[in-house]
Design a protein around this ligand. Sequence first.
Ligand code: NDP
Length: 324
Amino acid sequence: MLYRRLGTSGLQLSALSFGAWVTFGRQVGRGEARDLLALAHDRGVNFFDNAETYNNGVAEQLMGDVLADLRFPRDSYCVSSKVFFGAVEQPLPTQRGLSRKHVTEACHQALQRLRVDYLDLYFCHRPDPDTPIAETVAAMDTLVRQGKVLYWGTSEWPAEAIHEAHRIARENHLYAPVMEQPQYNLLHRERVEVEYAPLYEAYGMGTTIWSPLASGLLSGKYNDGVPADSRLAQPGYEWLRESVLGHGDERLGKVRALQPIAAELGTSLAQLAIAWCLLNPHVSTVMLGASKREQLAQNLDALELLPRLDASVAQRIRRAVEAG
Ligand code: NDP
């Protein structure tokens, strides 16, 4: 495994990490979750990502049960939660958002579900237009000082709001956000590469990036339709299917254009797409998702491809995606 610093912080995360979205508590039950976490940890993965909203808390509960069952030493892994959407079907105003009340209660609930004494990373899952940023920064600072959170960060906040959080933290001597959790993959690059560029320089922020395969699309699995057991066939995820596939053939064309490059390198499309994310030095960790052990095993092998992605291959990949 390769380890990278989370921005300029002292925390070293495995370059490939593992998250629970959609899968835990839906496609993946206790036995499979145990297999997946054991495989990941065995291969050097030291960061497991979660959120209050993933299957309304069930994903955290399942991960907590399995982590306790596997008895990994607590100092051998990091676990996260994210706050904003709430953990119930129709949250009351106090059960969602980034108010001091919900940020605090969601942290306590995540600690219980995950069965840990502290969260290594805690994210504000989206910006909250109904809460002053200063209130959220102060609430996060309190949790850090109480030892319940080690590093706090944002997820999909506009760069402007992150600048504001840093300004407030600096002026009031509060702990500032250390990391962002944005989407980043071959089909979704702008925010990480352009909008956030000043944040790495100014604040030494790191990124824990999500959907490296664009929900599986970049593995090529949707080239000939939607397999019945896949994420995009899950009931309740019609919105995701629309967002991933609802662009005519444009995105599928790009995936197909990458196929000859993967074939030439003797690798899978999934491994190519995952290793490509790591070419960006501002990516601290690529968060993988998997509903099956074989997927995770294959994706973890993407690291072996990394040394072969030199500048000329990277250029061919870029051109294929632009032209496809
Ligand atoms: P990916 O884009 O890698 O999608 C993962 C899914 O793709 C798997 O569950 C599986 O779905 C399919 N897949 C994975 N590997 C393969 C393979 N080798 N061959 C074929 N299919 C494959 O990542 P995620 O979208 O899951 O994102 C990773 C993590 O990031 C999440 O688990 C979550 O922790 C976090 N996240 C954070 C968000 C945020 O807003 N902060 C938003 C989204 C995710 P299937 O088998 O069902 O088809």
